[in-house]
Design a binder for this molecule. Structure first.
Ligand SMILES: Nc1ncnc2c1ncn2[C@@H]1O[C@H](COP(=O)(O)OP(=O)(O)O)[C@@H](O)[C@H]1O
Ligand SMILES: [Mg+2]
Length: 251
């Protein structure tokens, strides 16, 4: 891709930026670089912890670790394995990392729509005049049995109001969440501007937990939206493209 918008691959760098903001850090589930001691402290606090590559994308190499009555379970894609001790778990994760940098993040129990877990993409774009706008909001509904909701992992793209309605949210609460998420997108855009003026687009992956609380799982600096092109209603795709053309993005 040859259009101009700053890219930051490291999820850890971006997490640290958000954590430095007094207003935004409450949205970040606790995240730490993977080590023996962070693994031990995270599992002492949370029953579910995610293990993911610091530079990953597309939902590849995402592992869910669950504390069990005896030992720990790892799930990758739909395969589950079990380890009796923390040391065995640690050695296994180290092996899976193959020398790459990984993060540990508190697991969020995703809200479900018609029995399927989903998360939300908040697309944020900056105009030529420097104003950040949340230009689209859509959902990624996970394929049953998988740990990542990404389209590349078999997730389905959904419309925000329909998905939330399927999760039992009333019309009023849907409108409220929509406004909250759009504001959050703009706040993250402004925050990132403070670190580089070159950002033109961001894609927030946001989870809603069972209580409807909002969590930022990651911020993408090269967000993909081509699946929107295949939706019956193409207005989201068209709206994103009308901004994207301002910085030379063609698809
Ligand atoms: N802390 C977490 N709690 C619950 N689900 C998570 C967590 N982290 C990641 N996931 C799931 O895995 C998916 C991919 O993780 P993400 O951090 O967005 O990495 P990627 O860059 O590969 O998309 C998320 O969209 C979500 O479905
Ligand atoms: Mg993601």
């Amino acid at each position: 891709m040859n259009y101009k918008s700053t890219t930051i691959k490291s999820k850890w760098t971006k997490t640290k930026w958000i954590n430095r903001s007094a207003n935004l850090r409450k949205y970040v589930p606790q995240t730490l670089p993977f080590s023996r001691s962070s693994l031990s402290s995270m599992l002492a606090q949370y029953s579910t912890v995610f293990f993911k590559p610091t530079g990953g994308t597309g939902g590849f190499n995402i592992f869910r670790i669950k504390k069990q009555a005896k030992g720990y379970q790892i799930q990758h894609n739909s395969t589950k394995t079990h380890y009796v001790t923390l040391d065995a778990l640690y050695e296994q994760l180290k092996k899976r990392a193959r020398g790459s940098s990984y993060l540990l993040q508190k697991g969020i129990k995703l809200a479900e729509t018609k029995g399927r877990p989903f998360d939300i993409r908040v697309m944020v774009q900056k105009t030529n005049k420097g104003a950040w706008n949340s230009t689209a909001l859509f959902t990624k509904i996970g394929k049953p049995g998988k740990v990542a909701t990404n389209y590349t992992q078999g997730g389905k793209i959904g419309f925000f109001p329909q998905t939330l309605s399927g999760a039992g949210f009333s019309k009023d609460r849907i409108a409220q969440k929509q406004a909250e998420l759009k504001r959050l997108g703009v706040s993250v855009g402004r925050l990132f501007d403070g670190y580089s003026r070159g950002f033109r687009e961001l894609g927030l992956d946001v989870a809603l937990d069972k209580e409807g609380r909002v969590w930022i799982l990651e911020v993408n600096t090269r967000p993909q939206f081509y699946p929107l092109k295949n939706m019956k209603d193409k207005s989201m795709y068209r709206n994103i493209m009308s901004y994207a053309r301002q910085y030379g993005r063609k698809k």
